[in-house]
Design a protein around this ligand. Sequence first.
Ligand SMILES: C[S@@+](CC[C@H](N)C(=O)[O-])C[C@H]1O[C@@H](n2cnc3c(N)ncnc32)[C@H](O)[C@@H]1O
Length: 256
Amino acid sequence: MNLIFTLRHFLKAGYYNGHRVHSPNIFNFFKYVIFSKEKFDYSLAENAYAQFRKNRDNITVTTFGAKGGKIKEVKISSLAKKSSSKGKYGRLLQRTANFLQPRKILELGTSLGVGTLYLSAGSPDSKIITLEGCTSIHNLACESFTNHNVNNIEAINSGFDDILEKLIADNQDIDLVYIDGNHTYQATMDYYELFIRRLESGAVLLFDDINWSKGMSKAWREIVKDSKSTVTIETARMGIVFLNPKLTPKHYCTRF
Ligand SMILES: C[S@@+](CC[C@H](N)C(=O)[O-])C[C@H]1O[C@@H](n2cnc3c(N)ncnc32)[C@H](O)[C@@H]1O
């Protein structure tokens, strides 16, 4: 994450831990998700992550997204460290899924499936659809889901753009989307437009890495300004969008 964006974020961010939040739903989201004091069991995703970190094998991957189009050898342990959700952001995913209890969750960018397992543990009754372009990475994620006896995940090996329109048309009851791949300005705006056009009112979008590049920051600022995004919450790294016209429109920039 860009240091200047991070510093700028902390200068303008507030805590909103229960204060200055008038909508009861958003108040509860701050209380029970962002600043939750409850104890959760995060071991499912964290054990999977620890296993990948111990794996010194190499795999051949095809890169997708902003730096796509290359074939290279990577150590599984390094791939896990570099690409997986972990720490407080992984835990935030689990609490978000737990709070929202979505009917269906869509994740763009499975990687090794660590973020998927946080979502699954947070809401075991939801159906989770997760997309990954690289076949060798997708296969490792599927193995991990089987080894951890998780059966609410449908992992699809596909480029996002090859499948997304049809997938969304067939699954308009997706109420939570985690966008964690293809971090370019244009792709982020295209996905946003698609989700606001096709998903039912009440859906929540999580954009990871909103300050990863100038293009991502620009996309996030445009999403915040768009009237259909209703309530938006911004941490230094993640942008959360509530597509619910019943909510009073407001943007919260919060420390987390
Ligand atoms: C940051 S990682 C995902 C991490 C994962 N969501 C987690 O929380 O642990 C991003 C993944 O998205 C995949 N990806 C990026 N752009 C893609 C695209 N256009 N189509 C398919 N997969 C893509 C990459 O191969 C990479 O594995």
